[in-house]
Structure formats: C-alpha cells, structure tokens
Design a protein around this ligand. Structure first.
Ligand code: NAP
Length: 488
C-alpha cells in the first residue's frame, strides 16, 4: 500500500516488508508517523511485534543458503544497482527523509548520496573477502582459514540518519553473504520502507532484506531470543546499548554497538581561524546538532577565544531556521518535544551557572508556529560543571570553553566516558600527531569537521560502543573465520 504525502509529490510505502511481501501487523495495529516541523501525520505504519519479527527471521533464514552461495560478483551487481537506484530517486528519497525527520532538504540529499555510497563501496568489498593459507609444520598437512558469512543478522537503527544508518549495516551484511532483518526507529520508518521498495527493483531476492516496523521491546525481544539471529548491529543511545548487551547473553548473539558521543572540538591559537569557525558550524549545526559525532564541547585557546567567538556568533546568527522542505533552511526542527525540553534545559542550566548566551538561547518561531525549532545558540564562558559539558545535548547549542595549554585540553577532552569523535584544529604538524595519539576517540578529525566516509572505519571506544562500520573493517563484523586443518 502506498500513501500519498503532500500529493502528488511524494508517495511513501506504509507497510512492513517481510519475505518480499508488503504486510500489515497481525492485529492490524498501526502507529502514526508525523512531520516534526508541522505535526502533519504522514502515514500510519504497522505496529509489528514478536510474531511478525519471527516470520521475518524465518524468511531471512530461508533465503540465506541461496544468497550466501551466490558468486560475490552477483551480490556485488545487485548492491551496485541498488545504489544507482537510490541516486536515480535521490530527490524523492530526500523529501521522504526531510518530511519524517525534519533535516534541511539540502542535508537530506547529502544523506541519500552518503547512504548509496555504502551500497556502492560494499559492492566492491564483496569481491575482496579473502581467506588465508598458513604454513604448516607437518609435510602432510595444509592449514586454511575460510571466511564465511555469520548468517542471519539484524539491525536496529536510530532516527537521526534514517537512510544512511541502515545502508551502512545492510551493505556490509549483504556483501558478506548474510541476510538481514531491519528495525527502523518509530519516528522514521518511511525511509527504511522506501529502501525496501528499491531493493526489489535492484533484484535483492525475497527474504534477504526485511523491514519490521513497530515497538522496539517486542521486536528486539524476539531478535535476541531467536537463536537463528547470529548478530545484531545497533546504532542508538548508550543506555539502550547497555540493555542489548544484557539481552545478547541468552544466545551469545554477536553485537556491534554504535552509541552516543560527546565530541570535543579543539581550536589552537595556531589554527586557521576561518577554517576552524566553518568547521565548528558544520560539525555543530548539521541536522540541528542531532548527530552522534557533533561537537558537544568547543575548547578554544584563550588568546584567540574572543576573536573565535565573535566570528562563530556572527555566522551562527545568520543561519536560517525553518521547515526542512524550504530550500533556504539550514536548521530544521528537533525530532520531538522531549528533545526540545532537554536542549532548552542545557541552555537554562548553562545560563544559571554563569554561561553567556552570545546568540540564540531560545526557541524559534517558524511560520507563526513555535513547534520544535530551537535557535542556533552560542554560549561563551562555559564551565566543566554545566550539564552540556558531560551530557549529550543533541541540539543546536555550542558551548565555548577556554584552555591555556595542550596538556590541559587533552586531559579535559578525554574526561568523559564517551569516545566516538574528536576534532582538532591546528597547523602544527608535531601537535597533530600528538593529538591523534592522545585523544581517546575512535575518530579524530584534524582540521576536518566531517570525517565520515564509506571507505573508512567509523566507530567508537569506551561508552560509545564497539565494532566498526565502513571500510574493509566493516565487512569483518559480518564474517566468521573457520580454521580448516587438512591432513592430506
Ligand atoms: P535510541 O533511543 O537508543 O533508539 C535507537 C534505536 O533503538 C531505535 O530504533 C529505537 O526504537 C530502538 N530502541 C529503543 N528502545 C529499545 C529497546 N528497549 N530495545 C531495543 N531497541 C530499542 O536512540 P535515538 O534517540 O533513536 O538516537 C539517538 C542516539 O543515537 C544518540 O545517543 C546518538 O549519539 C546515537 N547515534 C549514534 C551513532 C553512531 O554511529 N555511533 C549514529 C547515530 C546516532 P524506537 O525509535 O522505535 O523507539
């Protein structure tokens, strides 16, 4: 079934996709998907639970033998076609994404291309899954290591990148020869279903890729209780990640966890100030600050702090807040009311503890509606005891801390349980290496605010999780290695 949203511009799929069929939930239950900018109901989507998930797992299990034994070239061709179809339909997919998630349409187009790039990259990696031979100590023995797909896998994905967080997992899984069940976030299932629709056109066989929409506890409960599921890849909050680690104990289900972050963004006095300011804007305000890798703490060397804050505030104040479908919009709405409450809580807390709001600091009104818009905000004189210094803000608020020495800022940058991404702006070559080796993060951007790309390993350390997505490392997450000892 398709539902027309803002007819006739965008048609969205609004049924779950199991075993190659578009299906309703068993009891017929649905939940509403709304546009966070307007509260418009976009579609009603099946509220699936354990029985539907069980059927999706069974479908993936049935499809597994044929899919894993297909030559890698054939799997590669299908993945590449899927990527090309995404690019063909980029505008439609971007509109669906903006409608359900809120991000500016210009960013949604970038996300669709980024999402497609994983399918394209792993189309190549499918053909490079190599085994090993090991020199034997006995003349009549041969020792081999064979890579094999782990089996049926599942993905649980967040709302902030509704398309790319799926393909980053799906592309590697299918390239490795696994079959998959995806549970998208309830806020943003339409992008996942649009991907499923294109998978059919690309030639992905029935059962290889399934999308189950619905309540997370019931779906995840079945994913971890069912011994056919060999691996779950999760992107979301650290809090839910911890629950899944416990759930994985039953079947010792293998896990990859891409969790929350609290990125420090370090600006040294020897940096190119304009590049650092532009980097801070790109890192902090992309998706209205709702990214796991966004700068949460901006540390500026004291001697340039005033100049940095002045330039950053001027550029921030000029950012256009609005409905994501408006081409001029640079800051869309936050995803829901709880997000607005949390972000404004961080602003109020910073104010109460002596922070100086240089620009923003309030909710914004768009087309006469306060909705969920928050003005991009710069807070100077931020201090370590503020909430924004330790909690993930997940909104358009940039606190500026000052520092006096390299040793001091390294210690403060690392003083968090999170370890996803960190950024450093400097022109000193030796310092660059010291930073790369001292910052306890899975990703370090040097003079680069947007480091994520399909060919590089993305993932955190400490409470930001474990496992990698992207690059040749990403496919390893979906492989097991069988050691074969062969006596001739
Ligand atoms: P979340 O609440 O943890 O949700 C993520 C996913 O988990 C959603 O599909 C959600 O379903 C599901 N979920 C919720 N409760 C669950 C449960 N009890 N059992 C199993 N699944 C459950 O996180 P979010 O608010 O959507 O996303 C924001 C977080 O994701 C931030 O912390 C951000 O830093 C992190 N993130 C990390 C990365 C990375 O690569 N490291 C990338 C993007 C985002 P429902 O939506 O249906 O509730």
């Amino acid at each position: 079934m398709t539902t027309a949203v803002r007819s006739p511009e965008v048609a969205v799929r609004s049924q779950a996709f199991i075993a190659g069929q578009w299906v309703a939930a068993d009891g017929g239950g649905t939940f509403a998907v709304t546009n966070p900018a307007t509260d418009e109901v976009l579609a009603h989507v099946p509220n699936c639970g354990a029985p539907e998930t069980r059927r999706a797992i069974a479908a993936a299990h049935s499809a597994l033998p044929a899919w894993r034994s297909r030559p890698a070239q054939e799997r590669a061709a299908i993945l590449r076609t899927w990527a090309q179809l995404m690019l063909r339909d980029r505008e439609r997919l971007a509109r669906i994404l903006t409608l359900e998630q809120g991000k500016p349409i210009t960013e949604a187009r970038v996300e669709i291309a980024y999402a497609a790039s994983f399918l394209d990259w792993y189309a190549d990696e499918a053909r490079r899954v190599y085994g090993e031979t090991i020199p034997s100590s006995a003349a009549d023995k041969r020792l081999l290591v064979l890579p094999r797909p782990i089996g049926v896998v599942a993905a649980i994905t967040p709302w902030n990148f509704p398309s790319a967080m799926i393909t980053r997992k799906t592309a590697a899984a299918l390239a490795a020869g696994c079959t998959q069940v995806v549970k998208p976030a309830e806020d943003t299932p339409l992008s996942a279903l649009a991907l499923a629709e294109l998978s059919v056109e690309a030639g992905v066989p029935a059962g290889v890729f399934n999308v189950v929409t619905g309540a997370p506890e019931a779906i995840a409960g079945e994913l971890f209780a069912n011994p056919l599921v060999r691996k779950v890849s999760f992107t979301g909050s650290t809090e839910i990640g911890r629950l899944l680690v416990k759930a994985s104990a039953t079947n010792l289900t293998r896990l990859s966890l891409e969790l929350g972050g609290h990125a420090p963004f370090l600006v040294f006095a020897d940096s190119d100030l304009d590049r650092a300011v532009d980097g801070a804007i790109a890192s902090k305000f992309r998706n209205a600050g709702q990214t796991c890798v966004c700068a949460n703490r901006i540390y500026v060397e004291e001697s340039i702090r005033e100049a940095f804050v002045a330039k950053l505030a001027a550029k921030t104040a000029a950012l256009v807040v609005g409905d994501g479908l408006d081409e001029a919009t640079q800051i869309g709405p936050l995803i829901n009311d709880d997000a607005v409450t949390k972000v404004m809580g961080h602003v109020d807390d910073a104010r109460a503890k002596g922070g100086r709001v240089v620009t923003g600091g309030a909710r914004a009104t768009v087309a006469g509606r306060a909705a969920r818009f928050v003005a991009p905000t710069i807070i100077d004189a931020a201090r370590d005891e503020m909430r924004c210094a330790s909690e993930e803000t997940f909104g358009p608020v940039a606190p500026i801390f000052s520092f006096a020495s390299e040793a001091e800022v390294i210690e403060r940058a690392n003083a968090t349980p999170y370890g996803l991404a960190a950024y450093c702006f400097t022109r000193d070559g030796a310092r660059i290496m010291r930073m790369a080796e001292s910052l306890e993060y899975g990703i370090v951007g040097i003079n680069d605010a947007i480091p994520a790309t399909a060919q590089a390993p993305f993932g955190g350390v400490k409470h930001s999780g474990y496992g990698k997505e992207g690059g040749h490392h990403g496919i390893e997450e979906y492989l097991v290695r069988t050691y074969v000892s062969w006596r001739l």
